[in-house]
Design a protein around this ligand. Sequence first.
Ligand code: DQA
Length: 137
Amino acid sequence: MKLLFINGVNLNMTGRREQDIYGTQTLDEINYEIVNHFRNDECEFYQSNNEGDICTAIQCAEDFDGIILNAGAFTHYSYAIRDAIASIKIPVVEVHMSNVHAREEFRHKSVLSEVCKGVICGFGKNSYILAGESFKL
Ligand code: DQA
């Protein structure tokens, strides 16, 4: 299976920012664990702080079996990313490391969920793994 893991704005700061919420591991360290977990699959990783670049990555993902997307704060307001997801045929699972519903009110709203296959949040780095596993069910 070919899985594309996309991380959006500020996720490159994982391990350095708000460690009580996002943990102490860097994104590279988390991605390394993901590769290890999905040993028999092909994993690709992309991170950008730019909304348009995330849209381009989604548009170019047609030969993947699925996208695991943590759009960061873009989740809560990016109609551009929402439209990019709606424009492709392959399924996208929305992911958050934190339980966004147990946090500030602005995080309770996702403009992406409606066009995603499903949403996984609150399991830290394992949110990515659970989302990847969901494509195998
Ligand atoms: C996040 C939750 C978002 O609300 C936040 O803006 C992030 C990370 C998460 O993984 O929990 O940057 O997507």
